[in-house]
Write a protein that binds this ligand. Structure first.
Ligand SMILES: *Cc1c(COP(=O)(O)O)cnc(C)c1O
Length: 385
């Protein structure tokens, strides 16, 4: 179906039907387990739009429909965290005896799920370097069920060539799953470039306010039935209050992302010019190894990136981090407030490990000059106790 408007407009209009709710602009919070049927005939027919609260309410349906439209997908399901979205997607497309190929740059807990639960259930995982297309091709076996991508990689931000990997996978009937949390459906549309399944941690930019955990999985036409089936069997659902918060985040996503992107690039360029910094890992910088593919496939950048410090004693790193005024230290990212954390990297495929500490920054909505002054003071502490 050809869309008649741009994503920025979809963010504002999708999933809203004010005059179904007395003119209230936002779809209200529906809290429901039981949904009543007016007659025995209606109960038997099960054709009313809502059957049972676990399956959907008007609030969750509004969010699902908005995400499906933004992702150019066929169906979306909601789950209680981003990690649940990753694990649901994996469970939907492999079974005992299968083999799967996973990017070595994947989000750590996703890797842990493959190494523990999937292994216990007789599914074997091969990790390959995110950008080594030949290695992905060579990893294919007769029983390979899926490729699992994440672009850019968690912590190290390598950009993967999705169209090329999809072209390798398709002749073998291999499904392509991709975690799109960094870009959100606003900046990258994996389903338009050959993926079958796209995963989002709504917790991050879509929620955007550090007060919510949720995930979504969106399928194309061929993958929708298997996804809906597994989601239904596992009984996964999200509450109306959280779905409302996610919709509220979605309305301002374009405006926030633009600002996160600008501030992130300002910080990345400033850090790149510092003598204490060995390299900056940010695909929107022209000398980044993933820059060309990022430019070709993405519609913009978000505000999450990393930088590598020169090798230093641990107490110098502590001095750098302790005393920051505007950067919080903590997990997750994509909220309105700036964050910084040291990155713990676990790789098993070919990889050039950083020599010094790698720090990940989530650029928030503060004024960029204030953030730079904060980092400048951190470098002063770093140099002199
Ligand atoms: C944070 C994150 C997740 C998991 O999201 P949670 O809501 O914290 O479970 C999954 N994938 C990526 C890339 C993430 O950054």
């Amino acid at each position: 179906m050809k869309k008649s408007h741009k994503d920025e407009t979809t963010l504002v209009t999708a999933g809203r039907e004010p005059f179904a709710h007395f003119g209230a602009v936002n779809t209200p919070v529906f809290r429901a387990s039981t949904i009543l049927f007016p007659t025995h005939a209606a109960l038997k027919a099960r054709t009313q739009p809502f059957i049972y609260g676990r399956r959907a309410t008007p609030t969750t349906r509004a969010l699902e429909e908005a995400l499906t439209e933004l992702e150019s997908g066929t169906r979306t399901v909601l789950v209680p965290s981003g990690l649940a979205a990753c694990t649901l997607a994996l469970l939907s497309f492999c079974k005992a005896g299968d083999h799967i190929v996973v990017s070595d740059g994947v989000y750590g807990p996703t890797r842990h799920f493959c190494d523990t639960i999937l292994r216990r259930w007789g599914i074997e995982t091969t990790y390959v370097a995110p950008c080594d297309t030949a290695a992905w091709r060579k990893a294919i076996r007769a029983n390979t069920a899926l490729f699992y991508l994440e672009s850019p990689s968690s912590l190290t931000f390598e950009v993967q060539d999705l169209p090329l990997l999809a072209a390798e996978a398709r002749p073998h009937g291999i499904k392509i799953l991709i975690d799109n949390t960094w870009a959100t459906p606003l900046l990258f549309k994996p389903l338009e470039l050959g993926a079958d399944i796209v995963i989002e941690a709504i917790t991050k930019y879509i929620g955007g306010h550090s007060d919510l955990t949720m995930g979504s999985v969106t399928a194309n036409k061929d993958a929708a039935d298997a996804l809906l089936d597994m989601h239904g069997h596992l009984g996964l659902t999200v509450g109306g209050d959280d779905a409302y918060l996610a919709l509220r985040g979605l309305r301002t996503l374009a405006t926030r992302l633009k600002r996160h992107a600008e501030t992130g690039l300002t910080l990345a360029r400033w850090l790149g010019a510092r003598p204490e910094v060995t390299r900056v890992l940010h695909p929107a910088l022209p000398d980044d190894p993933g820059h060309e593919i990022w430019r070709r496939d993405f519609r913009g950048t978000s505000g999450l990136f990393a930088f590598e410090l020169k090798p230093c004693p641990p107490d110098a790193l502590s001095r750098f981090l302790d005393g920051l005024q505007h950067f919080g230290m903590g997990y997750s990212w994509g909220g309105f407030e700036s964050l910084i954390v040291p990155a713990q990297i676990a790789r098993t495929a070919a990889y050039h490990a950083p020599q010094g500490p790698l720090l990940r920054i989530s650029a928030g909505l503060e004024e960029a000059g204030d953030l730079i002054a904060d980092l400048e003071a951190a470098f002063a502490r770093f140099a002199a106790p």
